[in-house]
Design a protein around this ligand. Sequence first.
Ligand code: NAD
Length: 259
Amino acid sequence: MKNEKAMVRYDYSDRVVIVTGGGSGIGLGICQAFAESNATVICVDIDQPDSTELPDQVVFYHCDVSDQEQCSSTVRKVIDRFGRIDALINNAGIQPADSYHPIDELPENVFDRMVGINFRGYHLMARNVIPQMKQQQRGVICNIASGQAHRTARHVGVYGPIKAANIMQAKQWAVEYARMGIRVVSVSPGAIDTPMVRASLEAQGGGEALANRHPVGRIGRVDEVANAVMWLCSDSASFVTGADLEVDGGLGAFGAFAD
Ligand code: NAD
């Protein structure tokens, strides 16, 4: 398999897309992909992104997605300025180094932060955009979950279950809003080369073993996740809702003789 960037061109002209956690890693890759497809892209992040990486046309709104007031006022600003919301990519998430503990040793404040951002944040952004999507009778929500939603790993006893919940949120919302023109999907990436993964690799000492666990023999790139999101949010995926797509170099299919 070639390890090089490939991209199908979508036309997202006149479409308004919100990407949470769009200032770094996978979210940044998704912002770049939508911007290249002429979407109006709103990057929502708690940190001001590096301006050299975010395309000029992407609009940045500061927002802590774990806070209802901030989510509500951010969505209101988007509607007031752009008049519609076609897609929400729920991506802002954390897996801090101090979360890698068996649950009886995990500090409560780390648990609360992870639930607040990775679970409540997805819920809050969705509940704030849905009234607008209902009014439009159109919209797509895409939750970025994780391969760790599907299978266990050492010391991810909070992160993994929350990511599984992100998939179940998508299925619940998909069924609830299907007759209102709203599709809801999730994507479960394998290990992707982002600051989050680099930090956890440093904590665990090297990436070769992690790369080898993926049958393709490498970890993924952000554009490979972005490509899946672009398709799922497009009209080409009009009959796809409630589905989870594993974008993981075969990790989910890994078996006894995968190496
Ligand atoms: P990252 O750390 O590179 O980026 C996360 C972004 O979220 C940052 O810009 C950060 O500022 C923002 N953010 C954090 N807390 C926030 C908050 N309260 N409000 C708004 N923004 C906030 O991480 P990443 O690796 O790109 O991960 C993105 C998503 O993909 C996460 O949901 C993660 O769980 C998921 N994921 C990542 C991988 C991987 O291998 N990188 C694999 C599977 C799933």
